[in-house]
Ligand binder design. Structure first.
Ligand code: PEP
Length: 251
């Protein structure tokens, strides 16, 4: 079964107000006729409000790169799910490898963020992925299985329609070295099996699993042809309208 493709662009800490708005306007104009796939961009927090307004009326959704695991209160510097919803944000990333590895976010914190994001009405993209050491040590399945299982702890089947999983091998992010279709297929199949064990086969088959890690216009179609690959989470190639549009329009 092929699920509706979901192509997402993570801007990370890049672009400024002007170039972000220009980019989203170009996407809005360029994806007008693309109705058979979901599209989202993930700008930095400070531009979300403006990017939501620039994307209004289009099929480009806007997500945040992070959120707080608390609802409100004395958490200086944090942003809640409710605040994101308040400015029209619909999606949020949790557990991106840069959050896990540069900012020390572990499975328990990621899980609290998943739960908070869902409670706040957001669609959550939970990112999982192994480092090169872990892959070389034949621990890929152990690591991504643990990140998935712990990340979804306490998430009931009724909330799964607002969950997407992103398999992002750490060694492929920003390196120009994408996983081969076989490697991506193997990991995605494994993750779907874990989902099936956590919920059931029907639920596992309905959840989209994006691949992320050096997705470019010239490799997206091959990766998307893999049966269990349902979308892409794109970093570098999402920063320019022409390359992200080429990815969104792959065939
Ligand atoms: C990412 O930021 O999640 C990512 C996959 O980056 P890149 O496409 O640049 O590897």
């Amino acid at each position: 079964m092929k699920r509706k493709p979901f192509l997402a662009g993570n801007w990370k800490m890049n672009l400024d107000r002007k170039s972000g708005v220009e980019l989203v306007r170009a996407l809005r104009d360029g994806v007008g006729g693309v109705g058979d796939r979901d599209i989202a961009v993930f700008p930095p927090f400070v531009y979300l409000d403006e990017i939501v307004r620039a994307a209004a009326g289009s099929n480009v959704r806007v997500g945040a790169q992070n959120l707080c695991d608390e609802k409100n209160g004395a958490f200086t510097g944090e942003v809640s799910a409710e605040m994101l919803r308040d400015v029209g944000v619909t999606h949020v990333l949790v557990g991106h490898s840069e959050r896990r590895h540069l900012f020390g976010e572990g499975d328990e914190l990621c899980n609290r963020k998943v739960v908070r994001g869902l409670a706040g009405g957001l669609h959550v993209i939970l990112c999982v992925g192994e480092t090169l050491d872990e892959r070389d040590g034949a621990r890929t399945e152990q690591v991504i299985g643990r990140q998935l299982t712990k990340g979804l702890a306490g998430v009931d089947a009724g909330s799964l329609e607002r969950i997407t999983i992103a398999y992002e091998p750490v060694w492929a992010i920003g390196t120009g070295r994408n996983a081969t279709p076989a490697q991506a297929g193997e990991a995605h199949r494994y993750l779907r099996g874990v989902l099936s064990g956590l919920y059931d086969e029907r639920a596992a088959n309905s959840i989209r699993i994006q691949y992320g890690g050096s997705v470019k216009p010239d490799n997206v179609a091959t990766l998307m042809a893999v049966p269990d690959v349902d979308g892409a989470l794109v970093g570098g190639a999402a920063l320019k309208a022409d390359s992200f549009l080429a990815i969104v329009r792959y065939n």
